[in-house]
Design a protein around this ligand. Structure first.
Ligand SMILES: [Zn+2]
Length: 464
């Protein structure tokens, strides 16, 4: 199959842009990339999909996602004023705690559907709890066509601490079931083509968690070749906790516990200082930068440009729908630019080219799949999207990279191909029943709200 007539942002080592380009798919892989005229002469028998002058680029990788939170879209703004703990413990945890497997699947399916429709072809789930049901969500990911690394929840909180915390009982799980469930899931679900991985999705290094959990997880991850994802160095009290244990910072503590390394994705790192950044770089650890979430919560920005300059692999994440109401990573590309430039009072702080690398090549590296995805070149897997550029907000166009980063919207994504399979064409999903999944999500939202008795969410304005 040849996908023709596109401006191709290859993101290859030379960062070539091919005007009037075409890409040939053979099985799962890219067989050739070049000019449309050359490929049509070389392969006259191939079927052709005309990309109608659109922009083709590698599929986007979202490295920090809470699939369970799509049912709670916008709950942060529907909760009225309140600090982080009021919002998290009073709303998010009770609602998530009331999920059945069916609700968690409805939420994850909606999340994957939204990501695919806005050009995300691979993602890292950070906290998949036992009570959400790993197997059904793993199967749904495979069936949808997306690439996923599912971080299976591991935690170790004593019964006494659980009593004090006031979370719903279903939000707790035992250390051994989380660890054994992750290794078992890794052995049963790891896909040889990199479509599905099961990782350790650890709760943060926080006072409530027994700290001996982390060296054990780090050691098992290395032994079995399993990735780790964890929220880290997000808030000032993270550093205070690390110092109370005699460590310089939260990131230094994570290093001491063995958590840093090329198979680890740390969400946020908003409080990283120069020494922390040097540590992240030296260990090859990925940072999942979530600028829309950091802005919406008001917690502030990460020092992204300093991290990039130091050689840290910084990728991007949408985080959870309660705060960042959409899982549209295309939108968050421009938020990445806005936040970095505002923080540094300079338009030169970060370029659209760098941001597109973060969303593609750096994301591929975070997934451990940079030899297979992240750029469009022969021999790599055929993971790409095509953006329709006929909309008024994308014309006229001077620079296709800047157009993708600053002007394109998720709804401009016309075509999605993953591992050689056509997943969406002309915005029609080929692998998921969109109407049924949206209806399921609505039903689950109502069921969950009724089950946990929260009925005071909405606008501050009176509904008549
Ligand atoms: Zn998160």
């Amino acid at each position: 199959m040849i996908y023709s007539n596109a401006t191709i942002l290859t993101l290859d080592d030379d960062r070539r842009i091919i005007s009037d380009g075409a890409l040939r798919v053979l099985g799962r892989d890219i067989d050739a990339v070049g000019k449309t005229a050359e490929l049509s002469i070389a392969f006259p028998e191939d079927d052709v999909i005309d990309c109608r002058g659109g922009i083709m680029l590698p599929g986007l990788i979202d490295t920090h996602v809470h699939t369970s939170q799509c049912l709670l879209r916008g709950v942060s703004e529907a909760s009225g004023p309140g600090d982080f703990h009021t919002w998290l413990f009073g709303r998010i945890f009770p609602l998530q705690g009331a999920y059945t497997h069916q609700d968690a699947l409805a939420s994850a399916s909606l999340c994957v559907l939204e990501m695919l429709k806005s050009g995300t072809t691979g993602f890292v789930e950070c906290l998949l709890a036992d009570h959400y049901g790993l197997d059904a969500i793993a199967q749904m990911c495979l069936d949808s066509g997306i690439r996923a690394a599912l971080g299976n929840l591991v935690m170790d909180v004593s019964p006494e601490a659980r009593d004090d915390a006031g979370w719903p009982p279903s939000m707790w799980q035992d250390r051994q079931s989380g660890i054994a469930g992750t290794i078992d899931g890794h052995q049963r679900w790891t896909d040889p083509h990199g479509r599905l991985q099961i990782w350790f999705g650890s709760r943060s290094v926080e006072p409530i968690n027994n700290i001996s959990l982390f060296p054990e997880v780090a050691s098992l991850a290395r032994e079995h070749g399993i990735g780790i994802t964890i929220h880290l160095a997000e808030l000032p009290f993270d550093n205070e906790y690390a110092r109370s244990l005699g460590h310089r910072s939260h990131i230094a503590l994570a290093d001491h516990l063995g958590l840093l390394g090329p198979r680890t994705v740390l969400a946020h790192c908003t409080i990283a200082d120069d020494d922390d950044i040097a540590l992240l770089s030296a260990t090859g650890t990925t940072v999942a930068h979530c600028p829309a979430n950091n802005s919406a919560t008001g917690w502030g920005p990460a020092r992204v440009t300093e991290m990039l300059d130091a050689g840290v692999n910084v990728a991007l994440g949408c985080d959870g729908a309660p705060t960042n109401a959409n899982m549209d990573l295309l939108r968050d590309l421009r938020v990445t630019a806005h936040v970095a430039r505002m923080r540094q009072h300079s338009r030169a702080a970060i370029s659209p080219e760098t941001i597109l690398e973060m969303a593609t090549r750096n994301g591929a590296k975070a997934l451990g799949l940079d030899s297979r995805i992240g750029s469009l070149e022969p021999g790599k897997a055929a993971d790409f999207i095509v953006i329709d550029t006929d909309s008024p907000h994308l014309q006229p166009m001077w620079n296709p990279v800047a157009a993708v980063v600053f002007a394109a919207q998720g709804s401009d994504v016309d075509t999605v191909v993953i591992d050689g399979t056509l997943v969406m064409h002309h915005r029609e999903m080929q692998t998921m029943d969109e109407a049924a999944l949206v209806a399921n999500a609505r039903r689950s939202q109502a069921d969950v709200a009724r089950r946990c008795g929260i009925n005071d969410l909405g606008s501050a304005w009176q509904v008549i």
